[in-house]
Design a protein around this ligand. Structure first.
Ligand code: THU
Length: 147
């Protein structure tokens, strides 16, 4: 699968964003080592701080399916939600700090440097960074004495 196809899956996932408070829709798509794709979108709450990011939703879904060890790449996109319900924007969306740490949990399991594709809502701009570049000196299981 190309990164453009994974970004397309992330863009499609924004259709179900529940973001009435920020008005900012985010979609994430995980690529597994067997070619399957798992998606997620942001899930906001009237108690704002409870909001779940798209990446976290996708990773928790992968975990619930027993697929956390299979994650090899992630695509993220997002932007303001228009009156038509579609998101727009030409700037890549980068994962927030908490999501970088969440991605690191999957990466640590298999010692894979997960590729993170940061894409604009229109899908025209895509930047790929290995997780180690976005989260250098990460805290992980090794710091707890675990492999
Ligand atoms: N958001 C994500 O889903 N992922 C990120 O990495 C950054 C932020 C969401 C949270 C909230 O619903 C909205 O974007 C605005 O912060």
């Amino acid at each position: 699968m190309t990164r453009e196809q994974l970004v397309a899956a992330a863009r499609a996932a924004t259709a179900h964003s529940h973001a009435p408070y920020s008005g900012f829709g985010v979609g994430a798509a995980l690529l597994l080592d067997d070619g399957r794709v798992i998606t997620g979108c942001n899930f906001e709450n009237a108690s704002y701080g409870l909001t779940l990011c798209a990446e976290t939703v996708a990773l928790a879904t992968a975990n619930a399916q027993g697929d956390l060890r299979r994650v090899t790449e992630i695509a993220i996109t997002g932007g303001p939600i228009g009156p038509d319900g579609n998101i727009s924007g030409d700037a890549p969306v980068y994962p927030c700090g908490r999501c970088r740490q969440m991605i690191n949990e999957a990466a640590s399991l298999t010692r894979r440097d997960i590729a993170v594709h940061c894409a604009s809502a229109d899908g025209q701009s895509i930047e790929t960074h290995p997780l180690s570049e976005l989260l250098p000196h990460a805290f992980g299981p090794g710091d707890l004495g675990l492999a």
